[in-house]
Write a protein that binds this ligand. Structure first.
Ligand code: OMP
Length: 406
């Protein structure tokens, strides 16, 4: 055997087409629904085949960036089918005009492949859209609470954390759109706990699973730059695809993180309306010029997302955190979340009392931007990865159905 052609059509139905009247019919999908999966499969084939086989990348190549993604994933040649139908022969000329690059190799190469295409940054919003289209709309929180460790029969030490993290990777990597480790539960074990977090982030990176590190950082500009360096640089030991930040030292103080995230193709989720009972006292407060503190946060994020280049319909790279527990606060405060273009991280499901059925009411016209997240309520299905995975997939399907575009 001289080589492998990867891939063909896909039998999965991403959420972007699930509502289409014929989506239940049998048969494989071509075009855009294949793009992200094809790059993953090509990377897998290249990793397994090494240099022994030629790899021809095919599937969802609709534009030059898609072709470069397959090349970066390890393809020696790239094929176009559906892209040729819609893009015409000029697409071939544009792809062929790109300088040929050898496939990236090794752990650093793999990281570079996911975030950059030919020196061009792949925006976080686009990567998130691809992941939710393919895997459904759910972010799984990895919160190794002491009571959960005990329930799972694990010690409350770095070894327990490591086994907890491994089970989560086995259950959720490649199965849900985003995995969100909660830094606090690792930090409480000092440097050994942080080392486990570092390995967890590397494992998620290695499996192509988006990581959202929940650290809720926020500080004066110069210190914020250091926090940004810690999580948002390509070469940071704790690099994640996105982080949570707190705007309550003034949303403008977050600029170093937002700038670095944009430069490296990462995301930042800014707290706006948090899920806890103490949040409204600060977030609903009316500043001197009117509106609300949360409204100012939303406006800052909307301004950031409006400046993005590329396809206007895709979600922005800067997200907002709005708890699923906030009831009618979004409407009462007059927040136009849909116009912000921000992916909306929605914690509070299960353990904090919100349900999947609350999501449509809380988010209204912005429902299509919502990324619900659950930690304890989902993790109680452990420690065996199988039931954990099934619970995650079932919850993702329920969330996707509840948030589907009208
Ligand atoms: O940023 C967050 O993720 C977050 C924001 C918020 O407003 N409320 C909130 O609960 N979270 C986090 O989401 C997780 C919720 O965990 P569960 O209540 O167990 O699902 C925790 O790690 C919280 O720190």
């Amino acid at each position: 055997m001289a080589g492998v052609v990867a891939t063909n059509t896909t039998l999965t139905r991403p959420t972007s087409v699930a509502a289409h009247p014929v989506s239940a019919q049998a048969g494989g999908l071509s075009g855009r629904p294949l793009t992200a999966r094809a790059a993953e499969v090509v990377a897998l084939v290249r990793d397994r085949a090494g240099d022994a086989l030629a790899v021809i990348g095919s599937g969802g190549v609709m534009d030059v960036d898609d072709a470069l993604a397959l090349s970066d994933a390890g393809a020696d040649l790239v094929q176009v089918y559906t892209g040729l139908v819609y893009g015409g022969p000029a697409l071939v000329r544009r792809i062929a005009a790109e300088p040929r690059r050898g496939p990236a190799r090794g752990p650093l190469g793999r990281r570079g492949r996911r975030e950059r295409r030919g020196g061009r940054v792949r925006h976080f919003g686009l990567r998130l859209q691809e992941a939710t289209d393919r895997l459904g709309t759910l972010c799984v929180g990895v919160d190794p609470h002491p009571p959960l460790l005990a329930e799972w029969g694990l010690p409350d030490d770095a070894d327990g954390l490591a086994r907890f993290a491994d089970a989560c990777v086995e259950a959720f990597a490649g199965q849900v759109a985003v995995v969100k480790p909660q830094s606090a539960f690792f930090e409480r074990h000092g440097s050994r706990g942080v080392a486990v977090l570092e390995r967890l982030l590397a494992d998620l990176r290695g499996t192509g699973t988006l990581s959202l590190l929940d650290v809720k950082r926020g500080d004066i500009g110069s210190t914020m730059q250091a926090y940004a360096d810690a999580y948002l640089r390509d070469d940071a030991p704790l690099a994640a695809d996105a982080i949570t930040v707190s705007p309550f030292l003034g949303a403008g103080s977050l600029a170093p993180a937002l700038d670095l995230a944009r430069a490296t193709g990462r995301g930042v989720f800014v707290l706006a309306l948090t899920s806890n009972a103490e949040g409204p006292g600060v977030q609903h407060a009316v500043p001197a010029g009117g509106g609300s503190v949360a409204g100012d946060v939303v406006a800052t994020v909307a301004a950031r997302n409006a400046g993005l280049d590329g396809v206007p319909a895709r979600p922005g790279d800067v997200g907002l955190v709005v708890g699923a527990t906030v009831g009618d606060a979004v409407q009462r405060l007059g927040l136009d979340l849909a116009a912000s273009g921000a992916p909306l991280l929605a914690p509070g499901l299960g353990a904090q009392g919100a349900t999947v059925d609350d999501l449509a009411g809380v988010f209204g016209a912005a429902a299509h931007l919502v990324l619900p997240t659950s930690s304890r309520d989902l993790l109680r299905h452990g420690p065996t990865p199988g039931p954990l995975r099934e619970a995650g997939q079932a919850l993702a399907a329920r969330c996707s159905a509840a948030l589907r575009h009208p």
